[in-house]
Design a protein around this ligand. Structure first.
Ligand SMILES: NC(=O)c1ccc[n+]([C@@H]2O[C@H](COP(=O)([O-])OP(=O)(O)OC[C@H]3O[C@@H](n4cnc5c(N)ncnc54)[C@H](OP(=O)(O)O)[C@@H]3O)[C@@H](O)[C@H]2O)c1
Length: 303
Protein backbone atom coordinates (compact mmCIF):
# COMPACT_ATOMS: atom_id res chain seq x y z
CA UNK A 1 0.00 0.00 0.00
CA UNK A 2 1.40 3.46 -0.88
CA UNK A 3 1.94 6.12 1.77
CA UNK A 4 -1.29 7.34 3.26
CA UNK A 5 -2.03 10.18 5.67
CA UNK A 6 -3.78 9.15 8.83
CA UNK A 7 -5.25 11.70 11.20
CA UNK A 8 -5.58 10.47 14.79
CA UNK A 9 -7.69 12.22 17.42
CA UNK A 10 -6.46 11.44 20.94
CA UNK A 11 -3.19 10.29 19.36
CA UNK A 12 -1.28 11.52 22.42
CA UNK A 13 -2.94 8.86 24.63
CA UNK A 14 -2.00 5.29 25.53
CA UNK A 15 -3.40 3.59 22.41
CA UNK A 16 -2.67 6.48 20.03
CA UNK A 17 1.03 6.63 20.96
CA UNK A 18 1.62 2.94 20.23
CA UNK A 19 -0.54 3.08 17.11
CA UNK A 20 1.54 6.02 15.87
CA UNK A 21 4.77 4.01 16.23
CA UNK A 22 3.25 1.20 14.21
CA UNK A 23 1.94 3.48 11.46
CA UNK A 24 5.25 5.33 11.16
CA UNK A 25 7.11 1.96 10.96
CA UNK A 26 4.80 1.07 8.04
CA UNK A 27 5.82 4.32 6.32
CA UNK A 28 2.46 6.07 6.71
CA UNK A 29 2.08 9.78 7.45
CA UNK A 30 0.57 10.58 10.86
CA UNK A 31 -1.17 13.75 12.06
CA UNK A 32 -2.83 14.48 15.39
CA UNK A 33 -5.83 16.55 16.27
CA UNK A 34 -4.99 17.54 19.82
CA UNK A 35 -6.09 20.06 22.44
CA UNK A 36 -2.44 20.65 23.27
CA UNK A 37 -0.21 22.86 21.15
CA UNK A 38 2.97 20.81 21.49
CA UNK A 39 4.72 19.94 18.25
CA UNK A 40 6.68 16.75 19.10
CA UNK A 41 9.85 15.80 17.20
CA UNK A 42 8.56 16.66 13.73
CA UNK A 43 7.59 13.11 12.72
CA UNK A 44 3.93 13.95 13.44
CA UNK A 45 1.92 16.96 12.22
CA UNK A 46 0.01 18.52 15.11
CA UNK A 47 -3.28 20.25 14.40
CA UNK A 48 -5.17 22.04 17.13
CA UNK A 49 -8.80 21.67 18.14
CA UNK A 50 -10.85 22.69 21.10
CA UNK A 51 -13.96 20.51 21.03
CA UNK A 52 -15.56 22.30 24.00
CA UNK A 53 -15.49 25.56 21.99
CA UNK A 54 -16.35 23.92 18.66
CA UNK A 55 -12.94 24.85 17.20
CA UNK A 56 -11.11 22.67 14.70
CA UNK A 57 -8.31 23.28 12.20
CA UNK A 58 -10.00 22.31 8.91
CA UNK A 59 -6.58 21.67 7.33
CA UNK A 60 -6.28 18.56 9.55
CA UNK A 61 -9.26 16.98 7.81
CA UNK A 62 -8.47 18.28 4.33
CA UNK A 63 -5.02 16.63 4.45
CA UNK A 64 -6.21 13.24 5.78
CA UNK A 65 -6.91 10.06 3.83
CA UNK A 66 -8.24 8.27 6.93
CA UNK A 67 -9.29 9.36 10.40
CA UNK A 68 -8.87 7.23 13.51
CA UNK A 69 -10.98 8.72 16.29
CA UNK A 70 -9.76 7.85 19.79
CA UNK A 71 -10.30 11.12 21.69
CA UNK A 72 -12.41 11.20 24.83
CA UNK A 73 -12.08 12.00 28.52
CA UNK A 74 -10.81 9.02 30.52
CA UNK A 75 -13.49 6.88 32.17
CA UNK A 76 -11.13 5.75 34.94
CA UNK A 77 -9.34 8.95 36.04
CA UNK A 78 -11.73 10.14 38.73
CA UNK A 79 -15.00 9.30 40.49
CA UNK A 80 -18.12 9.42 38.36
CA UNK A 81 -19.72 12.53 39.82
CA UNK A 82 -22.54 14.02 37.75
CA UNK A 83 -20.18 16.62 36.31
CA UNK A 84 -17.50 14.02 35.46
CA UNK A 85 -20.12 11.87 33.72
CA UNK A 86 -21.08 14.89 31.61
CA UNK A 87 -17.44 15.44 30.62
CA UNK A 88 -17.01 11.75 29.67
CA UNK A 89 -20.11 11.79 27.46
CA UNK A 90 -19.80 15.31 26.03
CA UNK A 91 -16.13 14.87 25.09
CA UNK A 92 -17.15 11.99 22.79
CA UNK A 93 -20.22 13.67 21.30
CA UNK A 94 -18.54 17.06 20.71
CA UNK A 95 -15.48 15.54 19.06
CA UNK A 96 -17.48 13.29 16.72
CA UNK A 97 -19.77 16.20 15.76
CA UNK A 98 -16.82 18.44 14.95
CA UNK A 99 -15.33 15.69 12.78
CA UNK A 100 -18.67 15.23 11.03
CA UNK A 101 -18.86 18.95 10.18
CA UNK A 102 -15.22 19.03 9.09
CA UNK A 103 -15.65 16.00 6.83
CA UNK A 104 -18.87 17.41 5.37
CA UNK A 105 -17.20 20.76 4.62
CA UNK A 106 -14.10 19.22 3.07
CA UNK A 107 -13.62 19.13 -0.72
CA UNK A 108 -11.59 15.94 -0.33
CA UNK A 109 -13.30 12.56 -0.03
CA UNK A 110 -12.11 10.72 3.09
CA UNK A 111 -11.36 7.03 2.41
CA UNK A 112 -12.34 5.73 5.82
CA UNK A 113 -13.36 6.71 9.34
CA UNK A 114 -12.50 4.38 12.21
CA UNK A 115 -13.77 5.10 15.69
CA UNK A 116 -13.05 3.63 19.08
CA UNK A 117 -15.89 2.48 21.28
CA UNK A 118 -15.81 0.09 24.22
CA UNK A 119 -17.11 -3.33 25.20
CA UNK A 120 -18.86 -1.35 27.93
CA UNK A 121 -21.54 -1.14 25.20
CA UNK A 122 -22.82 -4.55 26.32
CA UNK A 123 -23.06 -3.72 30.02
CA UNK A 124 -22.25 -6.53 32.39
CA UNK A 125 -23.17 -9.90 31.01
CA UNK A 126 -21.76 -12.54 33.35
CA UNK A 127 -20.12 -15.64 31.90
CA UNK A 128 -22.12 -15.88 28.65
CA UNK A 129 -19.90 -15.36 25.56
CA UNK A 130 -21.33 -12.41 23.62
CA UNK A 131 -20.68 -11.11 20.12
CA UNK A 132 -21.32 -7.86 18.24
CA UNK A 133 -25.02 -8.65 17.87
CA UNK A 134 -25.61 -8.61 21.65
CA UNK A 135 -27.93 -5.93 22.95
CA UNK A 136 -27.00 -2.65 24.58
CA UNK A 137 -26.46 -2.67 28.36
CA UNK A 138 -28.35 -0.39 30.70
CA UNK A 139 -25.64 1.29 32.76
CA UNK A 140 -23.67 4.53 32.38
CA UNK A 141 -20.84 3.17 30.19
CA UNK A 142 -23.30 1.44 27.88
CA UNK A 143 -25.08 4.77 27.40
CA UNK A 144 -21.77 6.50 26.66
CA UNK A 145 -20.86 3.87 24.03
CA UNK A 146 -24.33 4.05 22.48
CA UNK A 147 -24.17 7.86 22.04
CA UNK A 148 -20.53 7.70 20.90
CA UNK A 149 -21.34 5.13 18.21
CA UNK A 150 -24.47 7.03 17.12
CA UNK A 151 -22.36 10.15 16.50
CA UNK A 152 -19.67 8.17 14.65
CA UNK A 153 -22.25 6.45 12.46
CA UNK A 154 -23.44 9.89 11.26
CA UNK A 155 -20.22 9.95 9.26
CA UNK A 156 -21.38 6.85 7.39
CA UNK A 157 -24.33 8.91 6.14
CA UNK A 158 -21.76 11.04 4.23
CA UNK A 159 -20.91 7.96 2.15
CA UNK A 160 -17.69 7.18 4.03
CA UNK A 161 -16.65 3.67 5.05
CA UNK A 162 -17.09 3.69 8.82
CA UNK A 163 -15.71 1.10 11.22
CA UNK A 164 -16.17 0.95 14.98
CA UNK A 165 -13.87 -1.03 17.25
CA UNK A 166 -15.38 -1.93 20.63
CA UNK A 167 -12.21 -2.05 22.69
CA UNK A 168 -11.73 -4.40 25.65
CA UNK A 169 -9.30 -4.04 28.57
CA UNK A 170 -6.07 -2.91 26.90
CA UNK A 171 -2.90 -4.44 28.32
CA UNK A 172 0.16 -2.21 28.00
CA UNK A 173 3.33 -1.90 30.05
CA UNK A 174 2.99 1.88 29.78
CA UNK A 175 -0.27 2.37 31.72
CA UNK A 176 -3.98 1.63 31.82
CA UNK A 177 -5.47 -1.42 33.54
CA UNK A 178 -2.30 -3.54 33.69
CA UNK A 179 -0.40 -0.91 35.67
CA UNK A 180 -3.23 -0.71 38.22
CA UNK A 181 -3.47 -4.50 38.50
CA UNK A 182 0.25 -5.22 38.78
CA UNK A 183 1.20 -2.58 41.35
CA UNK A 184 -0.34 -4.42 44.37
CA UNK A 185 0.99 -7.75 43.05
CA UNK A 186 4.52 -6.31 42.94
CA UNK A 187 4.16 -5.30 46.60
CA UNK A 188 2.90 -8.77 47.63
CA UNK A 189 -0.72 -7.62 48.21
CA UNK A 190 -2.23 -8.50 44.84
CA UNK A 191 -5.54 -10.31 45.19
CA UNK A 192 -8.76 -10.78 43.19
CA UNK A 193 -11.26 -7.91 43.31
CA UNK A 194 -14.72 -8.61 44.73
CA UNK A 195 -15.83 -12.15 43.87
CA UNK A 196 -12.99 -12.46 41.33
CA UNK A 197 -15.45 -14.26 39.05
CA UNK A 198 -16.16 -11.23 36.80
CA UNK A 199 -14.80 -11.59 33.27
CA UNK A 200 -12.06 -9.40 31.82
CA UNK A 201 -12.04 -9.36 28.02
CA UNK A 202 -8.48 -8.14 27.53
CA UNK A 203 -6.29 -7.41 24.50
CA UNK A 204 -2.53 -6.84 24.07
CA UNK A 205 -2.01 -3.23 22.91
CA UNK A 206 -0.06 -4.33 19.82
CA UNK A 207 -2.90 -6.58 18.66
CA UNK A 208 -5.39 -3.75 19.17
CA UNK A 209 -3.24 -1.31 17.18
CA UNK A 210 -2.90 -3.89 14.39
CA UNK A 211 -6.71 -4.20 14.29
CA UNK A 212 -6.89 -0.41 13.77
CA UNK A 213 -4.26 -0.71 11.03
CA UNK A 214 -6.25 -3.50 9.38
CA UNK A 215 -9.37 -1.34 9.56
CA UNK A 216 -7.49 1.29 7.55
CA UNK A 217 -6.04 -1.08 4.96
CA UNK A 218 -8.88 -3.59 4.53
CA UNK A 219 -11.71 -1.99 2.58
CA UNK A 220 -14.06 -4.81 3.45
CA UNK A 221 -13.95 -3.88 7.15
CA UNK A 222 -17.06 -1.88 7.85
CA UNK A 223 -19.42 -1.79 10.83
CA UNK A 224 -18.73 -2.94 14.38
CA UNK A 225 -15.92 -5.28 15.53
CA UNK A 226 -14.89 -6.28 19.03
CA UNK A 227 -11.26 -5.49 19.85
CA UNK A 228 -10.61 -8.28 22.34
CA UNK A 229 -8.32 -11.34 22.44
CA UNK A 230 -9.80 -14.83 21.90
CA UNK A 231 -9.35 -15.90 25.54
CA UNK A 232 -11.17 -13.73 28.10
CA UNK A 233 -10.38 -14.65 31.72
CA UNK A 234 -11.91 -13.99 35.11
CA UNK A 235 -10.43 -11.31 37.35
CA UNK A 236 -9.10 -14.09 39.60
CA UNK A 237 -7.33 -15.72 36.63
CA UNK A 238 -5.94 -12.35 35.52
CA UNK A 239 -4.45 -11.61 38.97
CA UNK A 240 -3.03 -15.15 39.22
CA UNK A 241 -1.38 -14.83 35.76
CA UNK A 242 0.13 -11.44 36.58
CA UNK A 243 1.46 -12.84 39.88
CA UNK A 244 2.93 -15.88 38.13
CA UNK A 245 4.62 -13.71 35.50
CA UNK A 246 6.05 -11.39 38.17
CA UNK A 247 7.01 -14.39 40.35
CA UNK A 248 4.93 -13.15 43.28
CA UNK A 249 2.32 -14.93 45.40
CA UNK A 250 -1.36 -14.02 45.24
CA UNK A 251 -2.55 -12.52 48.53
CA UNK A 252 -5.06 -15.07 49.91
CA UNK A 253 -7.95 -12.67 50.68
CA UNK A 254 -10.05 -11.00 47.95
CA UNK A 255 -10.44 -7.21 48.09
CA UNK A 256 -14.04 -6.83 49.31
CA UNK A 257 -16.39 -5.34 46.72
CA UNK A 258 -17.90 -3.04 49.34
CA UNK A 259 -14.50 -1.46 50.04
CA UNK A 260 -14.06 -0.72 46.33
CA UNK A 261 -17.58 0.71 46.15
CA UNK A 262 -16.80 3.07 49.03
CA UNK A 263 -13.44 4.03 47.51
CA UNK A 264 -14.48 4.42 43.88
CA UNK A 265 -18.25 4.93 44.02
CA UNK A 266 -20.16 3.95 40.86
CA UNK A 267 -16.85 3.75 38.96
CA UNK A 268 -16.13 0.52 40.92
CA UNK A 269 -18.36 -1.18 38.31
CA UNK A 270 -15.39 -1.11 35.93
CA UNK A 271 -13.49 -3.55 38.14
CA UNK A 272 -16.29 -5.41 39.92
CA UNK A 273 -18.38 -6.33 36.89
CA UNK A 274 -17.40 -7.64 33.50
CA UNK A 275 -18.32 -9.31 30.26
CA UNK A 276 -17.02 -12.26 28.26
CA UNK A 277 -16.67 -10.94 24.73
CA UNK A 278 -16.03 -12.84 21.50
CA UNK A 279 -13.26 -12.10 18.97
CA UNK A 280 -14.74 -14.40 16.29
CA UNK A 281 -15.82 -11.60 13.92
CA UNK A 282 -12.41 -9.94 13.63
CA UNK A 283 -10.77 -13.37 13.23
CA UNK A 284 -13.26 -14.24 10.48
CA UNK A 285 -12.19 -10.98 8.78
CA UNK A 286 -8.68 -12.48 8.55
CA UNK A 287 -7.00 -11.02 11.63
CA UNK A 288 -4.46 -13.25 13.38
CA UNK A 289 -3.67 -12.41 16.99
CA UNK A 290 0.01 -12.10 17.96
CA UNK A 291 -0.99 -12.67 21.58
CA UNK A 292 -4.00 -14.98 21.74
CA UNK A 293 -3.24 -16.24 25.27
CA UNK A 294 -2.92 -14.17 28.43
CA UNK A 295 0.32 -15.78 29.59
CA UNK A 296 2.00 -14.98 26.26
CA UNK A 297 0.77 -11.37 26.39
CA UNK A 298 1.91 -10.86 29.98
CA UNK A 299 5.30 -12.39 29.48
CA UNK A 300 5.85 -10.06 26.50
CA UNK A 301 4.73 -6.99 28.45
CA UNK A 302 6.21 -7.69 31.88
CA UNK A 303 9.48 -9.53 31.24
N1 LIG B 1 -7.35 1.86 27.24
C1 LIG B 1 -8.39 1.04 27.34
O1 LIG B 1 -8.33 -0.03 28.03
C2 LIG B 1 -9.68 1.36 26.61
C3 LIG B 1 -10.74 0.44 26.67
C4 LIG B 1 -11.94 0.73 26.01
C5 LIG B 1 -12.05 1.93 25.30
N2 LIG B 1 -11.01 2.80 25.26
C6 LIG B 1 -11.21 4.08 24.54
O2 LIG B 1 -10.23 4.24 23.53
C7 LIG B 1 -9.86 5.63 23.43
C8 LIG B 1 -8.34 5.73 23.55
O3 LIG B 1 -7.96 5.12 24.79
P1 LIG B 1 -6.60 5.50 25.55
O4 LIG B 1 -6.42 4.51 26.63
O5 LIG B 1 -5.51 5.75 24.57
O6 LIG B 1 -7.06 6.90 26.21
P2 LIG B 1 -6.16 8.04 26.86
O7 LIG B 1 -4.77 7.57 27.10
O8 LIG B 1 -6.95 8.59 28.01
O9 LIG B 1 -6.09 9.14 25.70
C9 LIG B 1 -7.25 9.75 25.20
C10 LIG B 1 -6.88 11.03 24.48
O10 LIG B 1 -8.10 11.76 24.26
C11 LIG B 1 -7.88 13.15 24.37
N3 LIG B 1 -8.81 13.70 25.37
C12 LIG B 1 -8.82 13.52 26.72
N4 LIG B 1 -9.81 14.21 27.29
C13 LIG B 1 -10.46 14.85 26.28
C14 LIG B 1 -11.56 15.75 26.22
N5 LIG B 1 -12.22 16.13 27.35
N6 LIG B 1 -11.96 16.20 25.01
C15 LIG B 1 -11.30 15.84 23.88
N7 LIG B 1 -10.24 15.01 23.86
C16 LIG B 1 -9.83 14.53 25.06
C17 LIG B 1 -6.44 13.37 24.83
O11 LIG B 1 -5.68 13.86 23.72
P3 LIG B 1 -5.18 15.41 23.62
O12 LIG B 1 -4.78 15.81 25.02
O13 LIG B 1 -4.03 15.35 22.68
O14 LIG B 1 -6.32 16.21 23.10
C18 LIG B 1 -5.98 11.97 25.26
O15 LIG B 1 -4.63 11.76 24.95
C19 LIG B 1 -10.59 6.37 24.54
O16 LIG B 1 -11.70 7.05 24.02
C20 LIG B 1 -11.02 5.26 25.49
O17 LIG B 1 -12.23 5.55 26.19
C21 LIG B 1 -9.83 2.55 25.89
Amino acid sequence: MSKINILITGGTGLIGSRLTELLLEKGHGVSYLSRSKKQGDGSINYYHWDPSKGEIDQEAIDSADYIIHLAGASVADSRWTDSRKKVILKSRQETARLLFDGIKNSDKQLKGFISASGIGYYGYTGDQLIDESASLGNDFLAKVCEKWEEESLQIKSLGIRTTIIRIGVVLSEKGGALKELMTPVKFFVGSPLGSGEQYMSWIHIDDLCKIFLKAVEDESMEGVYNGVAPSPVTNEEMVASIAKTLKRPVFPINVPGIALKILLGEMSEIVLKGSKVSSKKIEAAGFTFGYPSLNGALSDLLN
